[in-house]
Ligand binder design. Structure first.
Ligand code: SF4
Length: 401
């Protein structure tokens, strides 16, 4: 059976769900890797591996969703909660540009005290100051949160954000797109599987490109991982709007859910089956930030054709105990040692050029930055201009604390 499925894939055939599960559960790991690598080579025959220089900025950690796998969020009223000020975000953009980057990946908690107008003003201000800088911002659950708070439909929210400069949408918050799993992870109310996919389909119809993700290794079965991939494939077959797929394993430290982290082999097998099922996705990223540089590099033999982002800053995975860091020099070294040519790209996977550090000196980065320095409890000055919804924040905005 496994050899028949391998032959089917080699002749360009498409896996159905039962076949994908059979391969995922029973194919020897080297064969699974070889099949995924063959598909990578068919789609990217020039042996180029890409990466992007951008910065992961989490504008707030205050969140009412309370997913039980998340170590990043703080409840409303927490002394550890923060909202970044516009000037702080501008400083992060300046640092990103200095490192050769041209985009922020901007995501955050579901903060009830930041209305849609706050996002519009932020996006407008960024675009006024940095007209060609890109905003890859707000995962589907954040868009749904804004839609519910503003009582506007998802397409209306997206239209308003596009008007002020939203360029593309990151695929965060997908976890596993199966409602049984989402209920167990306490993330069903932030977005059901249909709602997450619905936001992406709307975004694609409005002309936005987006990414797709999967966080595995919590409570789901292997069959549910496969179901997740097929739900993504259905939308991609309809819209073609996903640029890339990224998967990473659940990071259990400091979370309510707890448990163990998936192994490296589990990661590589999951990556490989994703490449094989998602045959209508051009790009599959390696997740070095959760797996480390060495497994990230091995991913290039298991279907990945992209090393993701130089990232510069990371807060969410670090809160759950992982803290790998690679700057551009290190990412390029990993790509080239694996036998590929390294090229810089943008979110649309257009090639921007060769590694920037070969043209000019860029500062080395041996540790990822954080949203805020420890102990910095300053309040963003703009927030007083917007109506708060929570009692704690209403009081804080009146008294300045
Ligand atoms: S994963 Fe996102 S939505 Fe869920 S609790 Fe964390 S910050 Fe909130």
């Amino acid at each position: 059976m496994i050899q028949q499925l391998a032959a089917k894939l080699r002749s360009g055939g498409r896996l159905d769900r039962a076949e994908a599960l059979e391969l995922y559960l029973h194919a020897p790991t080297p064969l699974l890797g070889q099949l995924a690598d063959d598909m990578r080579a068919r789609k990217h025959p020039d042996r180029t591996v890409t990466y992007i220089i951008d910065r992961n900025v989490n504008y707030t950690n205050v969140c009412v969703a309370r997913c039980n796998f998340c170590a990043f969020y703080r409840p409303v009223g927490s002394t550890e909660g923060y909202v970044l000020g516009f000037e702080e975000i501008f400083r992060k953009i300046d640092e990103t540009i200095a490192l050769g980057g041209g985009q922020l990946l901007l995501q955050g908690g579901h903060n009830p005290d930041l209305p849609l107008e706050w996002y519009e003003d932020l996006f407008r201000a960024v675009k006024q100051r940095y007209p060609s800088f890109r905003l890859h911002a707000l995962s589907p659950p954040e868009v749904l949160h804004l839609s519910r708070m503003s009582k506007l439909t998802v397409p209306q929210v997206l239209d308003r954000l596009i008007d002020v400069g939203l360029d593309s949408i990151p695929g965060g918050g997908a976890e596993i797109l199966v409602d049984r799993v989402r209920k167990l992870l306490n993330c069903y109310s932030k977005a059901s599987a249909d709602e997450w996919l619905g936001v992406m389909a709307h975004a694609h119809r409005l002309g936005l490109r987006t990414t797709a993700t999967m966080m595995y290794g919590t409570v789901e079965t292997a069959d549910e991982r496969i179901e997740h991939l097929f739900r993504l494939r259905e939308v991609q077959d309809e819209t073609g709007g996903f640029t890339a797929f990224i998967t990473w394993s659940y990071q259990p430290e400091h979370t309510e859910l707890g448990g163990d982290e998936a192994t490296g082999i589990d990661y590589l097998r999951t990556l490989a089956i994703a490449r094989l099922v998602l045959d209508s996705f051009e790009n599959v990223q390696a997740s070095w930030v959760t797996q480390g540089g060495k497994v990230g590099q091995l991913s290039l033999a298991f279907g990945a054709n992209d090393m993701g982002s130089v990232m510069i800053e990371e807060n969410v995975v670090r809160a759950a105990g992982a803290s790998y860091c690679m700057d551009e020099i290190e990412i390029v070294r990993n790509i080239e040692d694996a036998g590929f040519a390294a090229k810089r790209r943008n979110m649309h996977y257009e090639i921007l050029g060769d590694p920037i550090f070969r043209d000019r000196a860029v500062p080395r980065m041996l540790e990822l930055a954080v949203a805020r320095a420890d102990g910095d409890t300053s309040r963003a000055p703009e927030v007083v201009n917007y109506p708060a919804r929570s009692a704690a924040e209403k009081k804080a905005r009146l008294t300045g604390y």
